[in-house]
Design a protein around this ligand. Structure first.
Ligand code: HEM
Length: 165
């Protein structure tokens, strides 16, 4: 079915307007593709981590306590490792859903909770780089430039979220 107004509207917009719209749509697509490729690379790195490490929690927390020995005592009540496991699962969720609103809300509330039980915001923020370093070590020679770039971009955004929280 034909809608007689449609051709008029097209003409009315003018070629320059259409070109500008295409240009900006093209630009947006380009950005989305690039960002999409980087988040996919991050997600792929976490798949490889799960595949190769099984439960990555012991590796992550070993690295965390090597970097910040004073933090080990924070977990004395976590005799089964359940809290550490849950905390890591939540950190993965943040990494994989940074745009969904989940990460921003969670980081805002957990930053305050953690400060309450003695984890200052700078220390809180350090957990994500530890997760990245663990992932990179496990992925080894399959670590790609896109994984590196994706993680770098992500860490910068997470740090911004912690600072703004
Ligand atoms: C090096 C940084 C961090 C340290 C030392 C730390 C420490 C802790 C400790 C000691 C607990 C247990 C609290 C309790 O006794 O109830 C905990 C719980 C938790 N942390 Fe962290 N945290 C850090 C970073 C993070 C980050 C970045 C997130 C967010 C992604 C996070 C999310 C959580 C959650 C959700 C829990 C509750 C888990 C549960 O009880 O089921 N933590 N954290």
């Amino acid at each position: 079915m034909e809608f007689p107004q449609d051709p008029d509207r097209q003409v009315g917009r003018g070629a320059a307007g259409v070109r500008a719209a295409h240009r900006s749509a093209g630009f947006r697509h380009h950005r989305r593709d690039r960002e999409g490729a980087l988040s996919e690379a991050v997600a792929r790195s976490l798949d490889l981590l799960a595949e190769r490490a099984g439960d990555p929690a012991p590796l992550v927390y070993r690295r965390l306590f090597e970097a910040f020995p004073e933090m080990e005592a924070q977990f004395v009540r976590d005799t089964t490792g359940a809290v550490r496991g849950e905390m890591l699962a939540v950190a993965f969720q943040c990494v994989l859903d940074l745009d969904g609103g989940y990460a921003a809300n969670l980081i805002r509330s957990e930053r305050v909770n953690h400060e309450g039980f003695g984890v200052p915001p700078e220390a809180f923020a350090s957990f994500f780089p530890i997760v990245m370093e663990t992932t990179r070590a496990v992925v080894g020679e399959d670590w790609t430039a896109e994984m590196e770039a994706g993680w770098r971009a992500l860490l910068a955004r997470l740090e911004g979220l912690v600072r703004a929280a």
